[in-house]
Design a binder for this molecule. Structure first.
Ligand code: HEC
Length: 163
């Protein structure tokens, strides 16, 4: 009798254990399948479509002091090229902050304004000097190294240097 009960118990426990093992394996496989499907969801074009779909809502929620994300590209759609010194034609200031580094000291053979060398160079004419000032020559960097200077600004400074 005692033996009989033990046998039944072992049989039952084995069935339960087998069911648990099978269940565990199936869950592992199912979660793998689901995980794989979600990975495929990382498709960039599909994400774009999702973003496009929620855009209207995302832009509408502006219960904050910050600018709505959808409004930002509109205001910065065509950023204007910012000129050096706010586009100022104050040649004295531009010369002092950009060109004087070399031209006031004559470093690397930079002609000093008012020097005989500068006078000699000025004989080439303003157009030739402008070519050098805009495009550079040897140690002279294009636009004095300030690419954000406009042609007008460079011309104003070259004229200032010839005074
Ligand atoms: C890094 C130093 C440096 C800076 C900054 C610099 N220059 Fe020069 N510049 C030179 C040198 C060196 C020369 C002589 C180049 C040569 O003839 O080999 C020169 C020559 C020139 C000449 C004479 C060009 C010619 O054809 O003879 C002009 C004009 C001139 N620079 C204008 C400017 C202006 C305007 C600026 C500021 C916007 C400026 N430079 C900033 C170094 C500099």
């Amino acid at each position: 009798m005692e033996e009989q009960t033990d046998k039944v118990f072992i049989k039952n426990i084995s069935i339960v254990l087998t069911i648990l093992v099978v269940l565990t394996i199936s869950i592992a496989f199912i979660s793998r399948e689901i995980g794989f499907e979600q990975e495929q969801d990382n498709n960039p074009s599909r994400n774009l479509i999702s973003e496009e779909r929620i855009k209207a809502v995302a832009g509408a929620y502006t219960n904050e002091t910050e600018v709505a994300p959808s409004a930002a590209p509109v205001t910065s759609a065509a950023p204007e090229k910012t000129l050096a010194f706010d586009g100022s034609l104050d040649s004295e200031i531009i010369y002092a902050s950009v060109c004087a580094t070399c031209h006031a000291t004559g470093v690397a053979g930079a002609p000093k304004p008012g020097s005989p060398e500068m006078t000699q160079r000025s004989e080439k004419g303003l157009d030739a000097l402008m070519q050098t000032a805009l495009n550079g020559l040897n140690a002279m960097p294009a636009r004095g190294g300030r690419a954000d200077l406009s042609d007008e600004q460079v011309r104003a400074v070259v004229e200032y240097m010839l005074r």
